[in-house]
Design a protein around this ligand. Structure first.
Ligand SMILES: [Zn+2]
Length: 351
């Protein structure tokens, strides 16, 4: 949780959209929430007033996970919050299950196109058809190589082989590509695509200058820090500098931008939040470096250094990914060296 949250302002106050109904957050932009089956129990989704083929309608941004509860909530939103107008396109910020889950269902329901980065569309297609990165034997072997050796946890990770597909059973077979710098005309306004890296393969945030509003997806969240993980399919990845550089690029947007995040509440204070996140990761990097100066450390051994709270298995797998991301940032920077022990575990030592 963000201890400096009071430095941000929440223009909507404590207001939250009730279940099954969207509320206005900016002219032509509506906010709705869907339940999630995690400790993080909700995702924010957005409706943007559109005008495809000169006919009024809506663009949907992000989907929620594939579940009966989400489908039912969408049904209620269609009744209550579209002013009787059709959905005209679906935009998905990135491939993670809470954003991508119902994309196939929504595009079929309304006969509309999915708009997404090509990288994330491909990654979603693969993940929904296999076990890449989210469980199974390869994920367990990767975690073990970073020191997670508890047999019970490894067995659970091995068995969690359809994790992504359970929440994203189907990905649309066709899409329209979004790239950094593209400008989408949605209804009366232009929205510029900002690519962000380090969290998802190629995350797209949308900024509207006329409304001074940013749909930030998971790249900028007010309360929690975005998950930055190394996963088994790219074991030498270095996502943390990618994320921090992407955040810095968002400083080009006005400081008083209204930020619409995927989790938490709409807020102002974009530059402040970027400063907080930069400082947060610099502190963690310093903690990791200090621990590795005492003795060589595996990523698993660093979990208590990075996470003060008790972690369940789901959180441990995310935390392992984060720990590897932090040691890799220092390793690629030449401040840590990496050595594989006789036990097959990577340990990192300060130079
Ligand atoms: Zn995400």
């Amino acid at each position: 949780m963000n201890a400096l949250e009071q430095q941000l302002s929440y223009p909507m106050g404590e207001a939250l959209p009730p279940g099954g109904r969207a509320i206005d957050v900016a002219p032509g932009v509506r906010w709705l929430r869907m339940p999630l089956p995690f400790a993080l129990d909700h995702i924010n989704l957005w409706l943007v007033r559109d005008a495809g083929d000169a006919v009024a309608g809506w663009a949907i941004v992000d989907c929620g996970v594939a579940s009966d509860a989400t489908r039912q909530a969408w049904g209620e939103v269609f009744e209550s919050s579209l002013d009787g107008l059709p959905v005209q396109r679906l935009i998905v910020t990135h491939m993670h299950p809470d954003h991508m889950g119902l994309a196939a269902w929504l595009t079929k329901r309304w006969d509309v196109r999915l708009w997404i980065s090509a990288t994330d569309w491909n990654a979603a297609r693969m993940a929904s058809a296999s076990t890449t990165g989210f469980g199974g034997h390869a994920a367990a072997a990767f975690m073990a190589s970073h020191g997670l050796t508890d047999p019970e946890s490894l067995e659970k990770i091995r068995r969690r082989s359809n994790y992504y597909a359970s929440m994203v059973p189907e990905v649309p077979t066709q899409f329209r590509r979004l790239m950094h710098g593209d400008v989408l005309r949605i209804g009366d306004h232009d929205w510029a695509c900002h690519a962000g890296y380090g969290h998802a393969p190629e995350h797209i945030s949308l900024y509207c200058a006329a409304l001074n509003t940013l749909i930030s997806g998971d790249m900028v969240l007010p309360r929690i820090s975005t998950n930055i993980s190394v996963i088994d399919i790219e074991p030498e990845a270095n996502p943390l500098p990618l994320f921090l550089n992407s955040l810095d690029a968002m400083r080009a947007l006005p400081a008083d931008t209204l930020v619409l995040p995927s989790h938490g509440r709409p807020f102002r204070g974009l530059h402040t939040r970027i400063d907080q996140l930069q400082a947060h990761h610099q502190e963690r990097l310093a903690d990791v470096l200090a621990a590795c100066a005492q003795a060589p450390q595996s990523a698993a051994a660093l979990l208590p250094v990075l996470f003060k709270r008790q972690l369940d298995l789901h959180q441990t797998t995310f935390a392992m990914g984060e720990a590897v991301a932090h040691v890799h940032a220092l390793w690629f920077d030449g401040r840590l060296t990496r050595e594989k022990g006789a036990d097959g575990v990577f340990r990192f030592a300060a130079v």
